[in-house]
Design a protein around this ligand. Structure first.
Ligand code: GLC
Length: 509
């Protein structure tokens, strides 16, 4: 059987606000994305994932949706979206969009109706509890503010649940009409030709109906990082049914924000999610033992359930790995790691340019979760506005924008952008790298050395996590296919790695 596309695809995450502005209002938009497809095609990505562009009051920059079936005017309109999908498909790039099923905006008409009275027909589409205004119904904390995950509604004298901001009330997935309405929102975009969905905090949609307190020791942790209720699995099977009622292989990539790889993998059981983001590696230190441990955990957890792992180093919620790991040399080595592991790799726009987080002074910070730095705008060229239609972008630029813009890096054969492009091409050309097995090989403590192997193909990968040279003993004659450092591609491999160097090695025939 052919491998489904989403298993071997490299998915490129676009945060539309920060990608490219076509109309000079300082905020990126869908036409801006469309104008940069040459960059994506040349880089060689298989799919894009667009963070939310739906109608939204933007309290959480689009993760607070007030209409699931329309484009916010800030980003364009449905015709812009259709044109983007058509252009992507014409270039062989699939389109994945971000579905936010756990909560809506408080300005969504559903919540407006629900909060109108206790007997409103849609009251039960959200989660309400009796009580007194001074004592929330349980000890769950919300993300960002870390205050109670409950807000008292004065007018109707009940509490409503929100695992995020009070402007993001949680939807009640125990209500069959709500479930059907949310399935309809999937159908709306499936009908428009999307290839799948990234599903926001999907592990939170099913909750214990008794809403019990969490253990006092865990109580300070935002509840969205703790919720892990069996009812979610049943709901995921329903969602999968919707995707499977459409032709083509529509994918689902769930954000399962549980910092336990074994637990995450349960959401990728048969009939549930096709892919589940595994975030513990995102928080792992840049050392060979830490990564070896993370990889083996994922191999065990996903391998034992016949599920497919995912790999992420950066996204719109966390400091970029270029910033976390502290140097371009390490970011280059990390790119080799990310793109040679067994599983589906996700790139975050700008990592191919080696961008660091912007340093943002207090007066310009806007995100309630403090995540502005990694959302800095992408510099496209050397002009004064870096390709941003003359506008001052909504957030300050990342460091070194004068030399890290895309145009400059396309002109340099040794840029990090050229490295990403070469890695994507090598992956595409090698069944071992795309879908082969992963086996660790003996190496010094600072080095991760592994083999990827399919029935008719093999590659070896060596990553030096230290800035000192290291030596390994290859089991057979190898040559360098790609180096993140000084080794020349095509050269015979002599067992030596420079500091911070990562290599893809092919068998020397
Ligand atoms: C997810 C998103 C994040 C958002 C949150 C609430 O974690 O990635 O950006 O703030 O959900 O929707």
């Amino acid at each position: 059987m052919d491998t489904p596309w989403w298993k071997s695809a490299v998915v490129y995450q676009i945060y539309p606000r920060s990608f490219c502005d076509s109309n000079g209002d300082g905020v990126g938009d869908l036409a801006g994305v469309r104008s940069k497809l040459d960059h994506l095609e040349r880089l060689g990505v298989d799919a894009v994932w667009l963070s939310p562009f739906f109608r939204s009051p933007m309290r959480d920059f689009g993760y607070d949706v007030s209409d699931y079936c329309d484009v916010d005017p800030l980003f364009g309109d449905l015709a812009d979206f259709d044109a983007l999908v058509a252009d992507c498909h014409a270039r062989g790039i699939r389109v994945v969009i971000d579905w936010v099923p756990n909560h809506s905006s408080d300005l969504h008409p559903w919540f407006q109706e629900a909060r109108a009275s206790r007997s409103a027909p849609k009251r039960d589409w959200y989660i309400w509890r009796d009580g007194t205004p001074d004592t929330p119904p349980n000890n769950w904390r919300s993300a960002f503010t870390r205050g109670p995950a409950w807000t008292w509604d004065e007018a109707t004298e009940q509490w409503y649940l929100h695992l995020f901001l009070e402007e993001q009330p949680d939807l009640n997935w125990r209500n069959p009409q709500l479930v059907e309405a949310m399935h309809d929102t999937l159908r709306f975009w499936l009908d428009r030709g999307v290839d799948g969905f990234r599903m926001d905090v999907i592990h939170c949609i099913g909750k214990d109906p008794a809403l019990p307190d969490v253990d006092a020791k865990l109580a300070p942790i935002p509840y969205c990082a703790l919720n892990d209720h069996p009812s979610t699995h049943e709901l995921l099977r329903g969602i999968r049914g919707v995707l499977e009622s459409y032709p083509g292989e529509r994918t689902s990539i769930g954000e399962v924000y549980l910092l336990d790889t074994d637990r995450v993998a349960t959401y990728a059981d048969p009939g549930e999610l096709l892919l589940a983001f595994t975030f513990p590696p995102l928080y792992a230190a840049w050392t060979a033992p830490a990564w070896h441990d993370q990889i083996e955990r994922a191999e065990r957890a996903f391998g034992s359930r016949d599920a497919w792992p995912t790999w992420v180093l950066s996204n719109h919620d966390n400091p970029r790995h270029r910033t976390r790991y502290g140097s371009e040399a390490r970011a280059r080595a990390a790119a080799v790691l990310l793109l040679t592991l067994r599983g589906a790799p996700f790139l975050y726009a700008g990592e191919e340019l080696g961008l660091e987080d912007a340093v943002i002074e207090k007066s310009r910070q806007v995100d309630p979760g403090g995540r502005d730095g990694c959302r800095a705008p992408i510099p496209w060229d050397g002009s004064q506005d870096h390709g941003w239609s003359g506008s001052e972008p909504w957030l300050p630029w990342p460091p070194e924008r004068e030399r890290r813009h895309a145009e400059q890096q396309w002109s340099e054969p040794d840029s990090i952008l050229a490295l990403y492009r070469a890695l994507l091409a090598a992956r595409r050309a090698s069944s071992a790298l795309r879908t082969g097995t992963w086996t660790a090989l003996p190496a010094p403590e600072a080095v991760l050395f592994y083999k990827r192997e399919s029935s008719d193909d093999a590659r070896f990968v060596a990553i030096n996590f230290s800035d000192e040279p290291q030596a390994i003993s290859p089991p057979l004659a190898l040559r360098v296919e790609i180096s993140s450092g000084p080794s020349a591609s095509g050269a015979a491999f002599r067992g030596r790695l420079s500091g911070d160097e990562a290599l893809i090695l092919a068998i020397d025939a």
